[in-house]
Ligand binder design. Sequence first.
Ligand SMILES: C[S@@+](CC[C@H](N)C(=O)[O-])C[C@H]1O[C@@H](n2cnc3c(N)ncnc32)[C@H](O)[C@@H]1O
Length: 243
Amino acid sequence: MPTNYTAVFQDPKAVEKYAEETYAAGTFSSQVSRRQEEWLRGFVTEAFDTAPVHHDFACGTGRAMRMLEGVVAESHGYDTSEAMLSKARSIGTPGVLHHIGEIGGLPTSAKRPAIVTMFRLLLNASPQVRDRALEFAAGMLPDADAGVLICENHGHSRSLRKLRKVLGRPGDWFRELSHPEVEGLFERHGFELATVQGFTLLTRGFYERPPFKWVAPAVDSALARSRWGTRYASDVLYVARRM
Ligand SMILES: C[S@@+](CC[C@H](N)C(=O)[O-])C[C@H]1O[C@@H](n2cnc3c(N)ncnc32)[C@H](O)[C@@H]1O
């Protein structure tokens, strides 16, 4: 894992790789993202009587903002990387994109109801960045009726992904995050977990290598979102509220 995670995404090459390779059409990540989008849009429509204002912390190229287009009243994305924000603009992300600092005051808004998202951030971010992200969420969601926080963990520790470590091929970026660690982070910032939803049991390799790749997406799509699948999913979304 890079020592300064925030600096990684200042590099235009990392931005291009993220947008054009990691999330290219048909990739593992884009298929998981499509499942998340389907679930998220249904969740927001059911959970709120009036369309919420969306605040996406570490929005990057605006993936979550595009997922929620049309089901939220307004959308705001916040990120420390001008390069990521510029990519988000160039691919037509709806809403307002805000460049924020790594330290210092955080944006606030009194509009409610609100939904705060943070996707693909917690796993690789430092403890300081995780705390700052939760501080942002607590500011936007001051009480239990203000709305919900939805966070992605794309490296759940109790999943098949662990095989990479066990087999000795973890790679430079390999990190893991457990449910108790996430719950602990939530609790320290006055949030309690409401629900967890899984999106993939399998890992990227299964989607890329024959013969697995011929069946993996369909099998994974059918199983990962079940209650059992969610328990062992490598990628999950947590929904939390203020206590
Ligand atoms: C892996 S990308 C995820 C982007 C987007 N949320 C998604 O899921 O596609 C991580 C993002 O976190 C941003 N980031 C890193 N450190 C940050 C910080 N301290 N405050 C806000 N954003 C940060 C990066 O610039 C990058 O855009």
